[in-house]
Design a protein around this ligand. Sequence first.
Ligand code: CU
Length: 529
Amino acid sequence: MSRFPVLRAIGSPWRFTVAACCLTAAAAHLPVTGDHLHEALYIGVLFIVLSAACVLTAGALLARDARVVYVAVMVTCAAAIGAYAWSRAAGLPQITDDVGNWAEPLGIVAVTAESAAVLASLAALGWSRASTWPRRLPAAAGAAVLLLGLGATAAAAAAPSGQAGMAGMTAAGAPHWSQVAGSGFRSDGITRTYYISADEVAWDYAPAGDNRITGKPFDEVADTYVKSGPGRIGSRYVKCLYRGYTDATFGHLQQRPPDEAYLGLLGPVIRAQVGDTIEVVFRNGCRFAASVHPHGVFYAKNSEGAPYADGTTGGDKADDAVPPGGRRTYTWEVPERAGPGPGDGSSVMWMYHSHADEIADTYAGLMGPIEITARGMARPDGSPADVDREVFALFSVMNENNSPYLQASLHRFAKPPYPRLDDEEFNESNLMHSINGYVFGNQPMITMRTGQHVRWYVMSMGTEVDLHTPHWHGNTVTVGGMRMDTVSLLPATMVVADMVPDDPGIWLFHCHVNDHISAGMLTRYQVTR
Ligand SMILES: [Cu+2]
């Protein structure tokens, strides 16, 4: 007999029932352990540990039902019940599709067995030797509980797919829809504030002054778009662009480091992770009303930035179009449905653009990227921790004929005689086939190193000519798990492409649409060792 009372066998008749409950709990976890190992390794491992603990404590009870064993049973089962509740209520990392899935049959069997084990353990600890029990009854009751438990487990495991836990995740059951919905917005208390001003600038689509793709001066075809002169605007246009500032005084422009110079006319990259709140303090320095309308994130009617008959009034309208010189703060939440879905990597792309007069505003240049990283996967700046280099690229035939600044550009950069505004050749000369606002390879070099995790975020804006097929020379990417070296874009679509470059050199990155190639929609990226 042990000197320590907690190690002494108490010989409770409840031990058979507790052991049967433990064995049932172990059995109920086994059918889905394989799927969990595949989908969320740590959950699979925890399932194996839990099942092993249940089997071991059951054996210990039958051999020597010391008080400490009952306590171990209660702790183990309480932890399992707690984890189950958490996975259904708040969601555990990597398997948030279990949120709301309270009716999963195997889960019900496991939780019932675990709860019964806790209650029976309490009864065992309170049992006194003075009580009288029929000799064989406890063992028979335990055997009956075990049979019942294993039968329920088998029935639950055979339940139709879609209700049997991870095995049915692809079926159109509750788990599918909980994945679609994502878990509700749970704030992590972090608000990321961006100070963005729409500023009028003189933008040059070809600042290098020659064709960086051929390495030669512009030829006659290129001159159609870039040469200024009588009745031709050339490569420079008056535009209004989103630009980042350091604070609400808008006194200091945020400087872009050299490796982000390629971003060109894009607004500052708005980064956040799921759980954050994004705040955009917007100042409109354009000569026309403008707004900030985001894609993907959660916005209420007072932060949508788009005027239309939506039945709103007052403050819910004030965001729609901020007058010249005006200011407005937009607030957007980042729930799970704004972040990576089941087929995404650690981050997704959205964008923001002015939507006061959507077409004119975006041709003026008011566009920028948004990047949302999965909860818990972001660096302090919001970028995904598993990505070394991020590149954002906008493919757009910027139709300067439809920009609010056409007249301004004409009188500032063209020489008289000025053409009729509907002159066909003049119109063609104002179609700037650009990547981030650069033509004919004039974009500052996009740089990266071999072996880096590089994530390309590519998007298109515009009209029916804006079907673009960005193509990488030298290296391949995966998009949604599929290998490619060319992706498809239509206006306002966004594609995330992951690359681990293995081929050093200066490589072409261009739209593969023939007409767009001739008009200069090409750039280069450089991979160094
Ligand atoms: Cu194209």
